[in-house]
Design a protein around this ligand. Sequence first.
Ligand SMILES: [Zn+2]
Length: 455
Amino acid sequence: MHVTTYWLEHAWLDTHVEPAVTVTVADGRITEVRTGDDTPPAGATALRGLTLPGLANTHSHAFHRALRAKVQVGSGTFWTWREMMYQVASRLTPETYHALARAVYAEMALAGITSVGEFHYLHHAPGGTPYDNPNAMGEALIAAADEAGIRITLLDTAYLSSGISKRRGGKPPDRHQVRFSDGTAHAWAERVSALGDRYTKDDDHVRIGAAVHSVRAVPSEQLSTVAEWAEARGTPLHVHLSEQTAENDACLATHGRTPAQLLADHGVLGPRTTGVHNTHLTDEDIALLGSSRTGTCMCPTTERDLADGIGPAARLQHAGSPLSLGSDSHAVIDIFEEARAMELNERLRSRVRGHWTAAALISAATADGHAALGRPDGGRIEPGALADLVTIALDSVRTAGQVPRLGAETAVFAATSADVRHTIVGGRHLVRDGEHTLIPDVPGTLARSIAAVRG
Ligand SMILES: [Zn+2]
């Protein structure tokens, strides 16, 4: 058994910052957490700064990284942004998507992210024809995460229709969306089962989960097929929920109920489910999500970038919905920024400060994010947990000058992903002194892979 030892100058132990902590790792898991070693024990690797549990990026669409900056020209709405996003989607192949995702996941590793939830709907070749291997795109993403050294929960997404309709099967997918569609939820389940059978629950690096793209994209009579698949397999189930008022309006007009109510009616809500965005909710929706223990993944940097609105995160959590965070469209990849944006959005709305403590925001970024990705054993520094750590500098221009006791407040309210000095995944020293140890030139890798899909 390979044993590795890290000595953490300062460590976040769930409730407080502890100085001088020795963490022992064997077979990818933490076996011992010891306090009081004032200097690194012989053979230990010293991690200087503040070490947190590895960060979970609960909601990602890897290919949206290619849109950065390009979509900041001109004006518009979510719907005009979506047209530009479809242009990039139309150009991806398993080879170019693999290269792009590998670079994006390497950027995530440099940002301290050790687990990603990839909400994956780009399944088929242009025109909607399945590849010879119908899971070629999903496997390209899994390989990309493996090569970048981070864990992935592939949330394979059912995307069958272009809009809500009384007609069975919904409105047919448009010319862009045919690449996303398996035709029916049963066909989706068959394809994803073949992928899921390849990865056991003992696989610490890959999980296959399920997603309903949205109530726009899965006709109501087929929602339960996806929910039952996730239930039978014990996997996470994610769904974009009420990101846009137009979705609510169409759902009310056709079904006489809100998207959250429709999902509840068809068995989609519950503790294994995470609603992504949860922006435009009624009081009844909030009560429904909270009482069913459905999670909420907030993506504040994307929600503000797309002019979506501010979701009721504080009320959702108060009602019983666990919170997690995602960088979604990757306008930026910085989980510290997502965490503080959730709090600061609430401050702007309420004109009151301090809705979450720094500890609560770190919990959303770590333990609760991991739980939403089907990893209840991640996101904590304790014996038995996945040995995933991230160390931020406490001597950068952003973080210098504070007492280490306020390390959590410094991390959440001042640090950025540029302050990440070390990332450890399963005990492996993946990012060392700010350098990715598997992919030497991450900026160059990003530039080349994005240029390859530029129109
Ligand atoms: Zn999304």
